[in-house]
Design a protein around this ligand. Structure first.
Ligand SMILES: Nc1nc2c(ncn2[C@@H]2O[C@H](COP(=O)(O)OP(=O)(O)OP(=O)(O)O)[C@@H](O)[C@H]2O)c(=O)[nH]1
Ligand SMILES: [Mg+2]
Length: 203
């Protein structure tokens, strides 16, 4: 593997749909039946192989879904390369909430952001109120990737992130291009400011 390319990913969605659980499953392969609601936001990273030459480093901002933190969200989705908008397949209202986030991203996030709609908690099939078709149809209409997952079992979690790693355009990430630059060359315009910000992040 020669290059690690970093991408900023943000998790959005109503409280208790399982955003933190998805992140924890992906990053540490763990699951808690009783998780504390997130305060503010949490930051996690994980690097996965993409192809023979590149690894993708996900810099994950796991936002808090409680209403009182809503105004903080733009800070986390700004400059994000990728967003996971999560709902709970047993809670129809959480899909409506997810649709609100999709609209907000369409209006205010970077134009090239890769957005996936994620229906979580597929292990609770007997309590399902949102059909796979409903989620998939909405995602198709809006041009989003669509996955159904369970952070608990952990159905489709690796598939979700591996698909993102392959679909994220390498040239938009931070790392690979810069490594290839000769010392005297001008920095690449695209994302060059962002590269400095992320390098200076103490997280
Ligand atoms: N059965 C089941 N429970 C899950 C799953 N994912 C999360 N949960 C549970 O749902 C509850 C809420 O999960 P969190 O990951 O804290 O939800 P969140 O979206 O991060 O919530 P906020 O931080 O408040 O925004 C916890 O009790 C989890 O154990 C899942 O896939 N299946
Ligand atoms: Mg959380």
């Amino acid at each position: 593997m020669s290059g690690v390319v970093s991408f900023k990913l943000v998790l959005l969605g109503e409280s208790s749909v399982g955003k933190s659980s998805i992140a924890l499953r992906f990053v540490k392969d763990q699951f808690d039946d009783f998780r504390e609601s997130t305060i503010g936001a949490a930051f996690l990273t994980k690097t996965v192989p993409r192809d023979e030459e590149h690894q993708v480093k996900f810099e994950i901002w796991d936002t808090a879904g409680q209403e009182r933190y809503k105004s903080l969200a733009p800070m986390y989705y700004r400059n994000a390369h990728c967003a996971l908008v999560v709902y709970d397949i047993t809670q129809e209202a959480s899909l409506e909430n997810a649709k609100g986030w999709i609209k907000e991203l369409q209006r205010h996030a970077d134009a090239g952001i890769l957005v996936a709609l994620v229906g979580n908690k597929t292990d609770l099939e007997d309590k399902r109120t949102v059909s796979t078709e409903t989620g998939a149809k909405y995602a198709e209409e809006e041009g989003l990737l669509f996955f159904e997952t369970s952070a608990k079992t952990p159905q489709n979690i690796d598939e979700l992130f591996n698909t993102l790693a392959k679909k994220l355009p390498l040239e938009r990430g931070v790392g690979a291009k810069r490594q290839a630059q000769p010392a005297a060359a001008k920095p690449v315009q695209l994302n060059s400011g962002q590269a400095r910000t992320e390098d200076s992040c103490a997280c």
